[in-house]
Design a protein around this ligand. Structure first.
Ligand SMILES: [Zn+2]
Ligand SMILES: [Zn+2]
Length: 206
């Protein structure tokens, strides 16, 4: 599995381009900003982008959606609970250079346990509410894309609209902490980590 990390936009969001080594198919996770950089990188890797997956609906993770969607023609997948906020909160058309009223609609609504396939590599959708109601993580072979649920030495904010501390802690303890400790964690902001490192030293999880 090819994983390319790009830090984009004013909020330094991590966008991940994930590809299948053999077949040349790929997905883009959280195209937050800088569509041109994201598209150029996917192109350079020789990947045909088949799906755009959002770990949640916050603006710093979806800002480049209109342009990335337009260029790749790929479907947009997001958890059903965050799909609505995607449409409501839509001033990012202006940022992307489009009409300020442009409405972004999800093509595929995700639920816990869904499988996203990249070539022969499955990614399992883990519904991890708490940062947002429809926040998800994506679990692959030894890797976890954790969105804004889990960071290196931190956790996502739970004080924004739709956030819930109890839910976030439940998601972290029940869904993420039981994963094998060598699992590499690719978060929505900041440096990579592992489940084991966070179990030992994350102040929210000790
Ligand atoms: Zn967020
Ligand atoms: Zn974020």
């Amino acid at each position: 599995m090819i994983v390319r990390k790009l830090e984009v936009g004013p909020f330094a969001s991590n966008c991940y381009i994930v590809g299948d080594q053999s077949g040349g198919s790929g997905i883009i996770i959280d195209p937050g900003a800088e569509a041109d950089v994201i598209l150029k990188t996917a192109d350079g890797l020789g990947l045909k982008v088949q799906l755009i997956v959002l770990t949640h609906g916050h603006m710093d993770h979806v800002g480049a959606l209109p342009e990335v969607k337009k260029t790749t023609g790929a479907d947009i997948a997001v958890h059903s609970e965050d799909a609505r906020s995607l449409q409501v909160r839509n001033p990012f058309g202006a940022i992307a250079g489009g009409a300020s009223q442009s409405v972004i609609t999800a093509d595929r609504l995700l639920s816990d346990g869904d499988i996203i396939v990249i070539g022969d590599q499955p990614l399992t959708v883990l519904h991890t509410p708490g940062h947002t109601p429809g926040g998800i993580c994506l679990l692959g072979q030894g890797v976890l894309f954790s969105g804004d649920t889990l960071f290196n030495s931190g956790v996502g904010r739970y004080d924004l609209p739709g956030g819930d501390y109890e839910q976030l802690m439940h998601s972290l303890r029940e869904k993420l902490m039981p994963l094998p400790e060598e699992t590499i964690v690719y978060p929505g902001h900041g440096p990579d980590t592992t489940i084991g490192a966070e179990r030992r030293s994350n102040p929210f999880l000790r």
